[in-house]
Design a binder for this molecule. Structure first.
Ligand code: KG4
Ligand code: ZN
Length: 344
């Protein structure tokens, strides 16, 4: 990437949102998002084939929209970053093929970005970004991980979910409470009217050492509780509240442990579930007690977006990293396999 006016177009298509953004030396210049939620809602969850087809339809119009927002011509771009994994294979391919082809046509480098590295670095887009090293809690629909982050690309996994991810547990619990799709925000809304004293759910795996998680039991607990009571609106809200409190407490207990174990005092929380207000409240209290500082992305950058991919790609392109001409995606891709940015 040339040394002056570096401008990176970011393309996110790993699941059900098409996110396009432009990140530059001056920060974020443009950011657009098309959510497929309404289309998938009819089916109660993401339909992979429909997701891929919709990305194909939306990428180019959103790229044009972004260029217009930033008042830029394609000739001014210096690199293209896209999500290469993990995610739905067809959806990833849609983004990767367009990104790789645009970069080829424009004769600029491209880089495949790890979706979770994007999430992890999303708080760097804020006015007061965290500084390295820190503990990252990544909580999305597919991942729940605690990571010791020494610098960009140096990610040591400290603990992760052995079954459902936190977001997945939210989605499944919302489904069994008939709260619709997408489940996380729906359950959070429902829980607002819930009585926190009525039901108490377990805090899984907190009474033993270690930093791993297990959330599938909470979903079963919600199911059993819902079968034992008439599922009127208040009971539904009370169950949602008990579930949300259990997830938030469990995550906070493990974050506290990770901070103590590492001796670090900075926590970064990212991924879709980091938008959850109760989780933020619980983590803020824990961090106050621990004299630690916690950082989150702004609300719209918690869930999937193009800005985090443009940012992560910018960092790697800046170091001289770039792709080969072949188009490759990695639906499964452990974050700990990443290396710090390096010349390729
Ligand atoms: O990061 P993300 O957009 O996509 C993945 O990489 O998976 O995360 C989506 C997940 C979904 O499971 C969704 O239900 C959850 O994040 N989520 C929430 C909230 N907003 C999104 N969960 C709880 N409370 C929320 N406010
Ligand atoms: Zn995501």
């Amino acid at each position: 990437m040339s040394k002056k006016n570096r401008l990176v177009l970011g393309i996110e298509t790993s699941c059900d949102e098409t996110g396009i953004a432009i990140y530059s030396d001056k920060g974020l210049l443009a950011d657009t998002l098309y959510s497929q939620v309404a289309m998938h809602a009819e089916y109660g969850g993401v339909v992979p084939e429909l997701a891929s087809r919709d990305h194909v339809r939306k990428i180019i119009p959103l790229v044009k929209q972004c260029l217009a927002q930033a008042k830029l011509n394609t000739s001014e771009l210096s690199g293209v970053a896209y999500t290469a994994g993990p995610g739905l294979v067809g959806a990833l391919f849609a983004g990767a093929s367009v990104a790789r082809s645009l970069a080829y046509a424009w004769q600029i480098p491209s880089i495949g970005v790890h979706h979770m590295e994007g999430h992890l670095l999303a708080p760097m887009l804020e006015a007061t970004p965290p500084s390295f090293p820190f503990i990252a809690l990544l909580v999305s629909g597919g991942h729940t991980q605690l990571i010791h982050v020494k610098k960009i690309g140096d990610y040591q996994l400290m603990g992760e979910s052995l079954d459902d991810a936190a977001g997945e547990a939210f989605d499944k619990t919302a489904k069994l409470l008939n709260l619709g799709y997408p489940g996380g925000p729906a359950l959070a809304r429902c829980a607002e009217g819930g009585d926190p004293e009525r039901f108490t759910f377990p805090r899984p795996m907190t009474n033993r050492a270690g930093l791993d998680f297990s959330f599938s039991g909470l979903k079963t607990f919600a199911l059993t509780t819902s079968q034992q009571h008439e599922l009127d609106p208040q009971t539904r809200a009370d169950i949602a509240r008990a579930f949300e409190d259990a997830v938030a407490d469990t995550l906070a207990i493990k974050c506290k442990r990770a901070l103590q174990q590492s001796g670090l005092s900075t926590l970064v929380v990212a991924g879709g579930v980091s938008a959850n207000k109760r989780l933020r409240h619980t983590l803020n209290s824990m961090c106050d007690e621990q004299k630690a500082t916690v950082f989150y992305p702004r609300h719209e950058f918690c869930t999937d977006n193009g800005a985090m991919i443009a940012y992560a790609g910018y960092q790697r392109l800046l170091a001289g990293e770039h792709d080969e001409l072949s188009i490759q995606v990695r639906p499964r891709w452990p974050l700990s396999e990443l290396q710090p940015p390096q010349l390729s």
